[in-house]
Design a protein around this ligand. Structure first.
Ligand code: 13P
Length: 250
């Protein structure tokens, strides 16, 4: 269901001590400047339990950065969707460009991860985004089209009600270079249209988040676009003040 949402992807950052400090900082910031925006933090898996502590349940939901494509068994190092769900996790990132690029995750892998999430009532956040070369040659909408079709078009219409999409242009991730509001809006509208044509109302009613150097200075303009429903924040999510300032810019 379409709604405003802000997720903070901490990536491979924080230690137990700094994770606790950041969680406490977020709670303190929220007490100073409460927000109506639904929030989620996505810490390293080891620290998920800290974020699910009772003192935070009214502040934010918790996500996981990666999930196994398999159900269970002898897959050393993997975390199953059933495990995450039983630990109180709500969201799972699927298809983040860093996982696609550095861990060779294929569309088949991502389809498996997505299914495991849906079977266990985790909300998958399916990430798509083009490389700088595709942006420069004007091929970017074809890339997005292929990424959406390869993984989401195999779903049932009712599954669409339980997923979120994130558009994260790779050239904007961690580079300080943000997509302009117009660039982001064009792709968000393209994705919504693609999903609406395939899935009807369930497709058009999906939440689509923007990610890529989103920060307090540009979030308001991005979130004012008609097809941008929120953000998937990297670096700025490691700073409690910045993250809550972004949450208050809807
Ligand atoms: P940055 O906000 O650091 O560019 O990262 C975005 C991102 O990859 C979130 O998943």
């Amino acid at each position: 269901m379409r709604r405003n949402l802000l997720l903070g992807n901490w990536k491979q950052n924080t230690t137990r001590a700094s994770a606790l400090e950041l969680l406490g900082g977020l709670k303190a910031e929220l007490e100073k400047s409460p927000t109506k925006t639904e929030l989620g933090v996505i810490p390293p898996a080891l620290f998920i339990d800290l974020a699910i502590g009772q003192q935070y349940t009214s502040c934010f939901a918790v996500g996981i950065q990666n999930i196994s494509k398999t159900v269970k068994g002898a897959f050393t190092g993997e975390i199953g969707a059933d495990m995450a769900a039983s630990a109180g996790v709500k969201y799972a990132l699927v298809g983040h460009s860093e996982r696609r690029a550095y861990f060779n995750e294929s569309p088949e892998d991502l389809a498996g991860k997505l299914m495991r999430c849906l079977e266990n009532n985790l909300i998958p956040v399916y990430c798509v985004g083009e490389e700088l070369s595709d942006r420069k040659t004007g091929n970017y909408l074809n890339v997005i089209d292929a990424q959406i079709k390869a993984v989401l078009f195999g779903l049932n219409t009712k599954d669409l009600n339980n997923i979120i999409v994130a558009y994260e242009p790779i050239w904007a991730i961690g580079t300080g270079e943000t997509a302009s509001a117009e660039q982001a809006q064009e792709v968000h509208a393209f994705i919504r249209n693609l999903l609406a044509n395939k899935f009807g109302a369930s497709g058009s009613d999906i939440s689509i988040l923007y990610g890529g150097s989103c920060k307090p200075s540009n979030s308001e303009e991005l979130f004012s676009q008609p097809d941008i429903d929120g953000g998937l924040i990297g670096a700025a999510a490691l700073n409690a003040q910045d993250f809550i300032a972004i949450a208050n810019s809807f």
